[in-house]
Design a protein around this ligand. Structure first.
Ligand code: ADP
Ligand code: ADP
Length: 239
């Protein structure tokens, strides 16, 4: 079953940079896809186009049968509820306890202002605590987010995405700022969450070794174009 179908996606920035030239990609439910490619290849623009953090110049992004590119603001907000985002910089609310950050997942991406009002019931809080346990952070639940290490903060971001229960997760360089050990722990929890929750997952990584270790399918992007799309075993050693 195809969950995401991208057709002739193009992005030209106002300064004329052609970040995406003509991307075509069909993604099935439950796939764990890693996008690789050198810095400046267009990986981040591609991932951010899917939920329109970056506005595509042209093309179609069919998600659950509807074109995200054509969606109006209200529709887009609704569609984004179903898309979890994980960023290189974690994007947690630093001053709030980790459990509050996990609760924000319930509100969907970019709606954290509602969370500031603290509108959560006990059942929701207990659920958030049990999700924190699943990423091994039950002891950190009431610490401020910025007291945690980078790897721990990224696990909070994974917990927040689990609590959002989206159908797809987009992770843009989630381990770029972490050391190799924390990177492995974060990727393990991300993979586990996706298997357990049945998320379809697209992860941008510039580290080919990690990509080979975790991906079901690798998509290589260079100069705004796909140069490879297939299983890990078909990827040649010289990329
Ligand atoms: P990657 O994630 O693979 O490093 P990006 O998607 O960040 O690649 O960038 C692709 C290309 O688009 C690069 O040439 C980059 O400099 C350019 N670019 C990215 N964001 C902008 C922007 N806001 N304005 C102009 N050019 C941009
Ligand atoms: P990343 O590490 O994700 O590639 P960058 O440091 O390249 O991020 O970019 C940080 C921000 O600057 C992003 O919002 C990106 O869109 C923007 N940006 C990147 N390249 C350019 C560029 N050539 N011109 C203008 N903005 C850019």
């Amino acid at each position: 079953e195809t969950i995401l179908e991208i057709r002739q996606l193009k992005k030209t920035y106002p300064d004329g940079t052609e970040a995406l030239k003509n991307i075509n990609l069909s993604i099935k439910r439950g796939e764990f896809i890693v996008i690789i490619g050198p810095s400046g290849a267009g990986k981040s623009t591609f991932l951010r186009s899917i939920n329109r953090l970056s506005e595509p110049t042209s093309g179609e992004i069919i998600f659950h049968g509807e074109d995200i590119v054509k969606a109006n603001r209200a529709k887009l907000r609704k569609m984004r509820r179903n898309i979890g985002m994980i960023f290189q910089g974690f994007n947690l609310v630093k001053r709030l306890p980790t459990v509050r950050n996990v609760l924000h997942g319930k509100l969907g991406y970019m709606s954290t202002w509602k969370g500031a009002l603290g509108l959560f019931n006990q059942e929701e809080v207990e659920e958030a605590l049990s999700i924190l346990e699943r990423v091994g952070l039950e002891d950190q639940a009431f610490k401020r987010a910025d007291e945690l290490s980078g790897g721990q903060q990224q696990r909070v971001a994974i917990a927040r995405a689990i609590n959002q229960s989206p159908s797809i997760i987009l992770a843009d360089e989630p381990i770029a700022s972490l050391d190799p050990n924390s990177s492995r722990v974060v990727m393990d929890y991300l993979q586990k969450a996706c298997q357990e929750e049945g998320f379809t997952t697209i992860v941008n990584l510039h580290q080919v070794d990690f990509a080979k270790e975790y991906a079901d399918r690798i998509v290589g992007i260079k100069n705004g174009e796909i140069y490879f799309d297939g299983p890990v075993k078909e990827l040649s050693d010289d990329v």
